[in-house]
Design a protein around this ligand. Structure first.
Ligand SMILES: *Cc1c(COP(=O)(O)O)cnc(C)c1O
Length: 386
């Protein structure tokens, strides 16, 4: 077994694995399951400060993104797709698939969206039913400031769909303050449950927009409206993956009990960035670094597959490569959720020292030493809470 220090899925704690193996009831027929499901959704709402309604969907993170677009888009709707990353741009596919007109707002993939520039754009054209935006665009490691972007869009009467699959629980996120209408999350990133579940947080405004559609949602599985009365009716649109949800609940309980989870992500990430910089390697983003993933350029003379292959085969650690426009150009360390700990990250840095030496590439200093030094220099903050 390799140690998975990838940008997701992340490592799963033993207690989550055990929870998933418990004996279960029939989730379609046992009213206790609807209670358990609702309690779990209530925790999701509480942790991300949402007064809307959270739902857990049986399907990997992508289902949440598709469900948001399927449920909101009617044929001919104009949708603003904020594109400063690969996942950002990807929303255009879901929009057009459901008959919408995707209008791309494309900006630099190495920087976060500049709210002032977005405002300038919106002053000229703001005729959009909703906009899509990604919190942490994982392939590039860019973190967009949803607390500025989503309220700005709301000022122009535009609903917001935000993908924080790889941000939430590693980065502070307040759904109410950000005025996000549909927030999308997944089980396998900072929450560190296995892949298989999507979570969505739906505002009352978004629910109303779905209810006042003129045409039916062109999907059953991706139709968020079908969940609306599950609790009153004790009925789900399809059989819920109960073992997955019991595991998710355990992962959420771990997050809730972990008082310095965000401070730890910040500390690990900033020490990683310091070490990368000191070693002479280059980070892909120039600004807006996410605390959940570090994206490093493949240096001249090396290839991603040689770096990743040596890390995996000689040192037993998996890191991520990339895809689409960044294929072959970067490699990524996922330090979110259960991966965000000093011991595992020290092992990654030590193995990278070894890998670069094995490949004949000279770093300016030891990544491991620079990492530990930077980690120790960061004050242990107790003042950030989820
Ligand atoms: C991981 C991730 C998803 C879910 O996609 P998969 O690649 O299928 O896991 C969606 N959005 C973002 C930003 C992600 O990082």
């Amino acid at each position: 077994m390799y140690k998975i220090m990838t940008a997701g899925p992340t490592q799963v704690h033993e207690s989550v694995r055990r929870a998933r193996s418990l004996e279960t009831t029939n989730p379609d027929l046992d009213p206790n399951f609807a209670e358990f499901y609702k309690e779990t959704c209530d925790i999701l709402q509480e942790l991300l400060h949402s007064s809307g309604t959270a739902y857990i969907l049986g399907g990997e993170g992508i289902l949440g993104l598709e469900a948001a677009c399927a449920s909101l888009t009617e044929p001919g709707d104009r949708v603003l797709v904020i594109d400063n990353g690969i996942f950002g741009k990807g929303f255009a596919d879901f929009v057009t698939m459901y008959g919408g007109e995707a209008v791309l707002y494309t900006c630099d993939y190495r920087r976060p969206v500049d709210p002032a520039a977005l405002k300038e754009f919106l002053d000229k054209d703001s005729d959009f039913k909703y906009a899509t935006v990604v919190h942490c665009d994982t392939p590039s490691g860019i973190l967009n400031d949803l607390s500025k972007i989503c309220p700005l869009l709301a000022e122009y009467g535009i609903l917001t769909v935000a993908d924080s699959v790889a941000g939430m629980f590693g980065e502070y996120l307040n759904v109410n303050e950000c005025q996000i209408d549909i927030l999308c999350g997944g089980s396998q990133k900072a929450l560190s449950a296995p892949p298989g579940l999507s979570m969505v947080w739906v505002s009352d405004k978004a629910m109303k927009a779905m209810e006042s559609r003129k045409t039916p949602v062109a999907s059953f599985y991706a139709n968020l409206l079908t969940f609306k009365t599950y609790y009153e009716d004790k009925w789900f649109p399809y059989t819920m993956p109960i073992s997955d949800i019991i595991g998710l609940r355990e992962a959420l309980d771990r997050v809730r009990a972990d008082k310095d989870i965000l401070a730890r992500h910040e500390r690990i990430a900033s020490a990683t960035r310091s070490a990368v910089k000191a070693s002479g390697l280059s980070m892909y983003p120039v600004d807006g670094f996410s605390n959940t993933v570090t994206v490093i350029e493949v240096p001249d003379g090396l290839t991603d597959s040689r770096i990743l292959g040596t890390m995996r085969d000689k040192y037993g650690i998996m890191l991520s490569g990339c895809f689409d426009v960044l294929a072959g150009k970067v490699f990524r360390i996922g330090h979110m959720g259960e991966n965000a700990n000093l011991e595992d990250m020290t092992a990654v840095m030590e193995a990278l020292d070894g890998t670069f030496a094995d490949l004949g590439y000279t770093l300016k200093c030891s990544l491991k030493e620079a990492f530990i030094e930077a980690y120790e220099a960061v004050p242990d903050r107790q003042d950030v809470s989820i």
